[in-house]
Design a protein. Structure first.
Length: 230
């Protein structure tokens, strides 16, 4: 266990901070994904055809393109876009966009594509009588969505949201290609330095499994909370 010691003699502290980075990226990405899903799910549920097309285009593209390719496109594409704008103002140097921002944004956009379908399916699973009763009572659209529809949607969507979170958490390993030091990147560095790849990659697997286990416990509790009365 000397390899996992804290300080200069081991890699324990580095892996601890890498784990925190993984969690931070996943949390930022999932919130970006939920924000985008709320927008594009409403597009896909809209009766306006152009909005339907926008929603379908988003989910089709970002569920169909490999995650790693999306990360590359955003990492190199955002740097290119920033440098293009900088050249307009007379700056010709190289500008690299923050790896955390790029990684969280790219994974969040991918997560949002899956969450969009989860939200859409959950809303469509709600009994139509709930919508009709709300209109008969004269409730404003914002009121019955926030008070009636969204709570029911969360109950129906939580099992699939749990799956999206697991995918998002695992996808953080892909952003190691941007140089951001999360679990996978730190394990790679430690394995190369100590020439003991089996140990560090196995330990990385244990860390991901541990995070997955904690996430499952949290989502199980949330499902019980939102399923009260059913």
């Amino acid at each position: 266990m000397g390899l996992l010691a804290y300080g200069d003699t081991g890699w324990g502290d580095e892996l601890f901070f890498a784990t925190l980075m993984t969690i931070a990226v996943a949390l930022v990405a999932i919130f970006i994904g939920f924000f985008l899903a709320a927008i594009f799910a409403s597009f896909k549920l809209s009766s306006i055809r152009i909005l339907n097309l926008f929603g379908s285009f988003y989910t089709t593209v970002f569920r169909g393109v490999p995650e790693l390719l999306v990360i590359y496109l955003f990492f190199f594409g955002s740097s290119g876009a920033v440098m293009y704008v900088a050249k307009i103002f007379g700056y010709d140097g190289y500008i690299e966009v923050n790896a955390f921002f790029t990684g969280a944004l790219s994974i969040g956009i991918i997560s949002g594509a899956y969450s969009t379908e989860v939200f859409r399916g959950a809303v469509q699973s709600i009994n139509k009588g709930q919508f009709e009763a709300s209109k008969v009572l004269g409730l404003k659209k914002k009121v019955y969505y926030y008070k009636i529809i969204i709570p029911q949607m969360l109950r129906l969507a939580l099992p699939n949201i749990s799956n999206v979170w697991q995918i998002t958490l695992k996808d953080t390993s892909l952003i190691s290609v941007t140089g951001l030091v999360e679990i996978m990147r730190q394990s790679y560095i430690a394995a190369g330095s100590t020439r003991d790849p089996l140990f560090f990659y196995s330990f990385a697997a244990v860390l991901y499994l541990f995070l997955t286990f904690l996430s499952m416990k949290l989502f199980n509790n949330l499902e019980k909370h939102y399923s009260r009365g059913y």
